[in-house]
Ligand binder design. Structure first.
Ligand code: ATP
Ligand code: MG
Length: 342
């Protein structure tokens, strides 16, 4: 059976016992002064009590420390476990989140696509494609003029390649936008008086040099002097640019001949672009004005293009109130006609 005594009571008892024992001893022996002995005993007892209490405190502290260490170890174990589980869970959540994100992304995109009309979507895409080209072409120009520091010949050539390709992309994007606008009947026209003398003179100065370098003849036959018509000059020029650039692609090397001009025919003003190129077979002519149509033969594969030029040309000519047609025997050249009521 265990007796549990309150610590304070025990201390009190020890002190009292000590004082009684010393006093009894002194009374019997009468050897020392009573008060001195009492004081010594009391101090001794107090020190003893402090020692005991201190021991208790140390034991208690040690116990607490042990407990703490045990708790710490358990906590650490638990933390490790929790950490691993958390990681696993995080990985899992991450994967799920990613999956969900993909799914959400795809769903959002498809919803967006559903929501946004097809034409608006293509407008958005072409706009997004066009925007980065502005700084690319701009910086190419700055680099070429050494505004950003001197460059050597090799670097200049590299920049020219970048610029050329960026411009090709720009033209393609503009073409796609134009085709889209034609389909939606949104292509804008600015009708003004146009002097045909001026028009053909500009054409001559813009193409003569290029064609001379290719040893290709360039003949212009304006219908009459001082003829002024009402049209959109930049759109008309766009049509001529496509027809002339097509002709340049297919005329024989060093023996090419391109003729352009206009004439009057049954109350109509007829513009034409004629070349002595490889020609277009009869059966291919009916598809010629369709979007992205290109005649695929080994001779043609080497020349670039996307097959939009003639579709745009047809769209523009028709919006300007005219018609466009082709004539070719399939071997000795091609002539394109654009007819406008006078
Ligand atoms: P893009 O004009 O969009 O740069 P492209 O020149 O290939 O590309 P179109 O101008 O629409 O497209 O011409 C369509 C196709 O018609 C050409 O790929 C070419 O095969 C044929 N073609 C056009 N003009 C001529 C021509 N003068 N002689 C021979 N073939 C021609
Ligand atoms: Mg073309």
């Amino acid at each position: 059976m265990k007796f549990l005594i309150n610590k304070k009571v025990a201390v009190g008892l020890i002190i009292i016992c000590g004082i009684i024992i010393v006093n009894v001893y002194v009374a019997f022996t009468n050897l020392l002064n009573f008060s001195f002995i009492s004081s010594v005993v009391i101090i001794g007892v107090i020190l003893l009590v402090f020692f005991i209490l201190n021991q208790e405190a140390i034991i208690k502290k040690n116990k607490e420390k042990e407990q703490l260490e045990r708790t710490d170890a358990t906590a650490k174990e638990q933390l490790k476990f929790t950490d691993a589980t958390a990681k696993e869970q995080l990985d899992l959540t991450d994967a799920t989140a990613k999956e969900q994100l993909k799914f959400t992304d795809a769903t959002a995109l498809s919803e967006k696509l559903k929501g946004v009309a097809k034409d608006e979507f293509s407008a958005m895409i072409t706009h997004e494609l066009n925007t980065p080209l502005v700084p690319i072409i701009g910086y190419c120009k700055m680099l070429k003029t050494s505004m950003l520091g001197r460059i050597d010949q090799e670097q200049l050539e590299a920049i020219e390649v970048i610029e050329k390709n960026a411009k090709r992309l720009e033209t393609l994007i503009t073409d796609i936008m134009d085709v889209r606008k034609i389909d939606l009947d949104q292509l804008k026209f600015k009708i003004d008086a146009l002097s045909l003398d001026e028009f053909f003179s500009n054409l001559n100065s813009d193409y003569r040099k290029i064609l001379e370098n290719k040893k290709c003849q360039f003949i212009i036959n304006p219908y009459a002097k001082n003829l002024v018509i009402k049209t959109d000059k930049s759109r008309l020029r766009q049509v001529f640019d496509n027809l002339i650039s097509n002709a340049i692609k297919f005329v024989p090397e060093n023996k090419g001949k391109i003729e352009t001009g206009c004439m009057k025919e049954n109350n109509k003003l007829v513009f034409y672009v004629k070349d002595n190129g490889i020609g277009i077979l009869q059966e291919k002519q009916k598809n010629l004005f369709q979007k992205f149509y290109q005649i695929d033969t080994s001779e043609r594969r080497s020349v670039g293009g996307t097959g939009l030029g003639l579709a745009i040309s047809k769209g523009i000519v028709e919006k300007l109130g005219g018609t466009i047609s082709v004539e070719s025997d399939g071997k000795t050249g091609t002539t394109f006609y654009m007819k406008f009521p006078l």
